[in-house]
Design a protein around this ligand. Structure first.
Ligand code: ADP
Length: 499
């Protein structure tokens, strides 16, 4: 692995942004210190060095932010027409487009994704803003008939649910936050965002750009801080009407428990252990890199990663060898290495977790084909692990049952379509999945048979907000994308008019 590659120097705007001694909270349109005055460090996962200091919000800050969001919701923002909200989203689109290089650099430095990946996310991000801009002009109730005596007219109105708490994960906040932000701005709700403590900076920069685009004070607020303090306070706050959460199933359970106080509406996108099923007739030139990147992309830190690769037995050893060759050819490097395809994991804690699963896999009798250790030649003390392939895995091993959230692929052989479907479904999760075959009937059988919120055929991980994705089983509920998404930021009022 040649590590002589050029490290990209962050641009002037990025440098200026990172020069700040301390990143404040964003409440009611202002950057403010936390009530306690406390701050925490955020690291560059490529080097293990401190990147910035961020304000550590607690219950008091969350309360202040929720009050600001409530006041904005009941205030002038309420009177904004759908066209005005749409025009705001178009202005935001243009500002984000202009500042995109800076945003991508901040994201890469903060959460470790290679700059090639964050730069490539530009069209996905802009598309999302355009999608929600269009959605703002599509909100509609219905006029319906009824069987009431007399002359009564019945209709329904859609209204924004109120204050939304957005609890954001660290695995791609630059784009991921838009599932919440876009829906909030399109629907007329207001929000308090709680970014993940490991990656807050792209969220903080985004709200500044929103303000530049003309976002009224209080409509979007950001409280940075620890999950079990600021996140928990937001999830429990009686002034919050709805929580949108993406993260682990364990934390998702806590969010559900916290929601019972005031019966918050929830959208939860949680963990996964997605099946990726490769038949012997598949085009392996596509299936090998496709299935490999279905796991390794973002260093495995994607909730719908296709970590259980079921391979028809007749090609299982050829597939394992080819996928391992592919894994060895992947360039792992620092996030600002222009040629890096994979970056580090988010933190030392995550690195320890992934390494312990690799050990568990070997102990359970899976065959380590490649990876399993730090990649050679990457400078610095970053949290790197080489793309790892286990062969001869069985579906009941822990590495096939538990979410690892790292670049660890398990090859599990199967003999028949029925067996592949049964094994694919043998998991508590139900997020993603894929099938690789040239036989369309078989592909459709698998698509129908697997219980997940999204299935890909001869591809992996494509997302478009118009169709979106979601989870079933213990992977959560509530749509991300499609017309159903905005609907969950609205409630329906039935109106009876005695004419
Ligand atoms: P991880 O353990 O990989 O960091 P989490 O699901 O814990 O994944 O994190 C996702 C988001 O949830 C982060 O923003 C985190 O700060 C937040 N979070 C963590 N614990 C809680 C909690 N108890 N209540 C609310 N939010 C939380």
């Amino acid at each position: 692995m040649n590590q002589q590659a050029s490290l990209i120097a962050p641009g002037e705007n990025t440098e200026r942004f990172l020069l700040r001694e301390n990143f404040g909270l964003f409440i009611n349109g202002e950057v403010v210190a936390s009530a306690s005055g406390k701050t925490f460090e955020t690291w560059n996962p490529s080097t293990g060095e401190v990147l910035a200091r961020v304000s550590e919000g607690d219950e008091r800050d969350v309360d202040r932010a929720v009050r600001a969001a409530r006041a904005a919701f009941e205030g002038r923002w309420r009177g904004w027409t759908p066209y005005e909200r749409q025009a705001l989203l178009y202005r935001v689109h243009d500002i984000v487009e202009r500042h995109f290089d800076e945003l991508a650099e901040i994201e890469s430095l903060d959460m470790g994704a290679p700059i090639s990946r964050t730069r490539a996310s530009k069209s996905a991000l802009l598309k999302m803003i355009l999608f929600f801009a269009a959605q703002s002009a599509s909100i509609a109730g219905q006029t319906v008939q009824n069987g009431l005596p007399g002359d009564v007219m019945t209709l329904s109105i859609k209204a924004p649910v109120g204050v939304v708490g957005g609890i954001i994960p660290w695995n791609g906040p630059l784009v991921g936050q838009w599932w919440v932000l876009g829906a909030v701005l399109a629907s007329g709700c207001t929000a308090v965002l709680k970014p993940a403590e490991d990656a807050s900076l792209s969220v903080l920069r985004t709200v500044e750009l929103l303000r530049e685009a003309g976002l009224p004070a209080g409509v979007v607020n950001v409280v940075t801080g620890m999950g079990h303090v600021a996140g928990a306070a937001l999830a429990a706050h009686p002034g919050v009407d709805r929580i949108a959460f993406t993260g682990s199933t364990t934390t998702g359970r806590k969010i559900i428990e916290a929601s019972t106080g005031n019966i918050k509406k929830l959208q939860l996108e949680l963990g996964g252990k997605s099946p990726d099923i490769v038949f012997a007739d598949a085009d392996l030139d596509k299936a090998v890199p496709g299935a490999a990147m279905g796991v390794f992309a973002n260093s495995g830190q994607i909730c719908f990663a296709g970590t259980r690769v079921f391979v028809e037995r007749s090609i299982a050893s050829e597939f394992s060898a080819r996928v391992a060759d592919f894994a060895r050819s992947i360039r792992v490097g620092q996030s600002m290495d222009a040629d890096a395809q994979l970056g580090p994991l988010i933190s030392g804690r995550q690195l320890d977790r992934v390494m312990s699963y690799i050990e568990i896999g070997s102990q359970e009798g899976a065959r380590l084909v490649c990876g399993g250790q730090r990649p050679g030649g990457v400078p610095g003390n970053g949290y790197f692990v080489a793309p790892t392939v286990f062969a001869d895995v069985s579906n009941d091993m822990r590495i096939a049952r538990e979410e690892i959230f790292g670049p660890v692929l398990s090859v599990i052989p199967f003999d028949t379509v029925e067996e592949a479907i049964a094994l694919g479904n043998q998991t508590e999760y139900g997020l993603g999945g894929a099938v690789w075959t040239r036989d369309i009937s078989r592909a459709l059988r698998v698509v129908k048979g697997i219980h997940t919120g999204v299935m890909w055929v001869n591809c992996y991980g494509l997302i478009d907000p118009m169709i979106g994705f979601g989870g079933t089983k213990q992977s959560g509920y509530g749509a991300k994308g499609s017309n159903a998404h905005l609907d969950t930021y609205l409630y329906t009022k039935s109106v009876y008019i005695n004419t």
